[in-house]
Design a protein around this ligand. Structure first.
Ligand SMILES: C[S@@+](CC[C@H](N)C(=O)[O-])C[C@H]1O[C@@H](n2cnc3c(N)ncnc32)[C@H](O)[C@@H]1O
Length: 268
């Protein structure tokens, strides 16, 4: 998220909320957790969450979804995609680092959707996930792109690949680096670090009572070439990379003009 696109991520090179600083904090929390605590249910008021059904409509075809399939939703937030998938007869497990978001997701979960608090960086180390899923989704910077140390996105991707059965598919969205350079820095006053590909935005988020909280958002941005290389290293064969917007998923070849790329990949 970002104030515009509502995404974030960070890198060690960025002052204020690096992973090392977050881990040295008294409660050892990921930097996104206080933001999620403040947002609570107000997260779902942001416009970028409004196209969930359309996003799942597209993914139903792209991922060859069938009722009964097992789906892992990584960085599930309050569970909007997991809910929609469960309503369509899929069996979904959502993981998220934010306790607040996991509580919200679990509170009204439809049948077929379960949730737990888990750091996506630990996915690969947990044998119970190994080869268990037909599909993994990681949308709207659900962990991938929100990491704070160089290399953590690779760890998250490797864990997601490991959770897939052979032949299982991944849907992963990532911020478009070209778009960030072309528009964010120019129009939004955010800073793009060319060395790390991280976009830094200082903005505010509002809770359910409308109270504003100033926050720093870091979004790891990617080119299609980087996404292909990362997938190959993780043992994933890329089937498509599409230029998309939240709520506007489709089969458009990568361009500089949309805020996100959507990768559809298959585990070898
Ligand atoms: C912008 S939200 C996207 C949520 C959801 N996928 C959606 O589309 O609405 C990013 C989510 O990633 C979660 N997240 C960030 N880092 C994570 C990590 N290391 N492990 C698990 N979840 C993480 C955040 O707590 C947050 O819920």
């Amino acid at each position: 998220m970002s104030a515009r696109a509502e995404g974030s991520a960070s890198d060690e090179a960025h002052g204020g909320s690096s992973r090392s600083e977050a881990e040295a904090s008294p409660d050892h929390r990921h930097w996104f957790e206080p933001i999620a605590d403040h947002l609570g249910g107000a997260y779902l008021r942001y416009s970028f969450t409004k196209g969930t059904r359309k996003e799942i409509d597209f993914l139903a075809d792209a991922l060859h979804l069938q009722p009964g399939m097992r789906v892992l939703d990584v960085g599930c937030g309050p569970g909007r995609h997991a809910y929609e998938l469960a309503r369509r007869g899929l069996v979904v497990h959502g993981i998220d680092i934010s306790e607040r978001f996991v509580e919200l997701a679990a509170a009204e979960a439809p049948e077929g959707a379960t949730f737990e608090r888990l750091d996506a960086r630990d996915l690969g180390a947990e044998d119970r996930f190994h080869g268990q899923y037909d599909v993994v989704i990681c949308l709207c910077q659900g962990a991938f792109g929100l990491m704070t140390a160089n290399g953590d996105d690779e760890v998250v991707l490797a864990g997601m690949a490991r959770a897939l059965r052979p032949g299982g598919r991944l849907a992963l969205s990532a911020f478009n680096a070209y778009f960030a350079v072309k528009y964010f820095a120019v129009e939004g006053g955010s800073e793009f670090d060319a060395a790390t590909g991280v976009n830094h935005e200082h903005t505010e988020v509002r809770n359910e009572a409308g109270e504003a909280k100033a926050v720093d958002l870091w979004t790891g941005c990617y080119t299609p070439r980087e996404l292909r290389v990362l997938c190959r290293v993780a043992g994933l064969e890329v089937e498509a990379i599409n230029s998309v917007e939240p709520g506007g998923y489709g089969s458009m070849s990568p361009t500089t003009e949309t805020s996100e790329f959507l990768v559809i990949a298959r585990r070898n």
